[in-house]
Design a protein around this ligand. Structure first.
Ligand code: COA
Length: 312
């Protein structure tokens, strides 16, 4: 039996991607494709898991029964998203236990936004609206990417994010059209979340180290700046409609292209936060570590019955 040379396999792989075929777990893929996807999906799964913490901590303080029910449902969804994404990453060969250990020992990243405090109930509104809105922009794009299991997981996740967005928008509208105290609380939370949201899509394209290879192999159909722009086009008009004051005083539209031009966020702060030195990194990771340790009895029980999920 003849086997294709590495170069011929790479050529055939790239031709499949160019045709729009999906890559599936058993297919041949370049090692670098596997590594990049594992890194990206693992970080995404970590973000869903860590994202459940700030909102989960607000469940006892939700104002009223219906708000509490909606928040509980959202937090459950986020953990379910992590589950789906860890499963998608496992199809690339990395065991889940390794991924969780890398999360809690700080060697695998998660989204910058979950390292900021949720000081008031209005912060929960902002996370639901601005951050879930940003996640929908990102995931709607990424679900068209070349790796089948990731795309399918994102499609399911995005359906649920649409409910999260509605929940967040409803909260923001209630606060923004409420009493003076509610409107002030809303504006203050908006000021806190504007810059982290701008950073959510990653560094500017000129500083992005992975975009080139991810685009070559169809994993990331739009760059960080393109994704940020789509979010701005959708959200700035809504923000203005609600009468919220945007903290970026330099924000304007390019008269030729109609694109929004933002003042660049503090990218040094971004890199500090994603490398473990943000306002809430230590607290969030300590809580995640505690949950992991307290759950060890369950993993032991599942392991004894051979029920722990395995990498494909
Ligand atoms: N939070 C934390 N880290 C981030 C980040 C963010 N908002 N944006 C970028 N980074 C990290 C990257 O992971 C990378 O770190 P690494 O080299 O240690 O892996 C570094 O900053 C350089 O960024 P870049 O080269 O632009 O990375 P990328 O091409 O992978 O693009 C994303 C970054 C977030 C746009 C991309 O990974 C993505 O779309 N991920 C899936 C969505 C996701 O994770 N969402 C999380 C919230 S629900």
């Amino acid at each position: 039996m003849t086997t294709l040379s590495d170069e011929a396999q790479l050529h055939a792989f790239e031709a499949r991607i160019a045709r729009g075929d999906k890559v599936e777990p058993g297919d041949w893929m370049p090692d670098r494709y596997r590594q990049q996807l594992t890194r990206l999906i693992q970080q995404h799964a970590n973000s869903e898991l860590m994202g459940a913490l700030p909102e989960g901590q607000w469940i006892p303080y939700a104002p009223g029964f219906k708000r509490k029910m909606a928040l509980i449902a959202k937090v459950q969804d986020e953990v379910g998203h992590a589950q789906l994404l860890y499963m998608a990453a496992e199809t690339l060969g990395k065991p889940r236990v390794e991924m969780i250990e890398e999360l809690i020992n700080g060697t695998s990243k998660y989204s910058n936004v979950f390292n900021y405090p949720c000081e008031t109930w209005a912060d929960i509104a902002m996370v639901g609206w601005l951050i879930d809105g940003a996640a929908i922009v990102n995931q709607t794009i990424m679900q068209t990417g070349s790796y089948g299991p990731y795309g399918r997981a994102l499609k399911r996740i995005t359906y649920e994010e649409a409910f999260h967005l509605k929940q967040g928008y409803d909260l923001v509208v209630t606060l923004a059209t409420g009493t003076r105290a509610q409107r002030d609380m809303c504006q203050e939370a908006f000021n806190r979340w504007w810059w982290p949201t701008m950073m959510f899509f990653g560094p500017p394209d000129r500083q992005s180290v992975h975009t080139e290879v991810l685009q070559r192999w169809g994993v990331k159909p739009k760059t960080n700046d393109e994704q940020r722009q789509i979010w701005l086009q959708k959200f700035v008009p809504k923000i203005e409609e609600l009468g919220l004051d945007i903290p970026d005083k330099g924000l304007h539209r390019d008269p030729d292209t109609g694109d929004y031009v933002i003042t660049q966020p503090d990218w040094d702060e971004f890199f500090r936060v994603i490398n473990g030195d943000g306002p809430m990194n230590r607290e969030r990771l300590a809580l995640r570590r505690l949950i992991y340790e307290e759950g060890s009895w369950l993993r032991t029980a599942l392991e004894k019955r051979d029920l722990l999920p395995r990498a494909a």
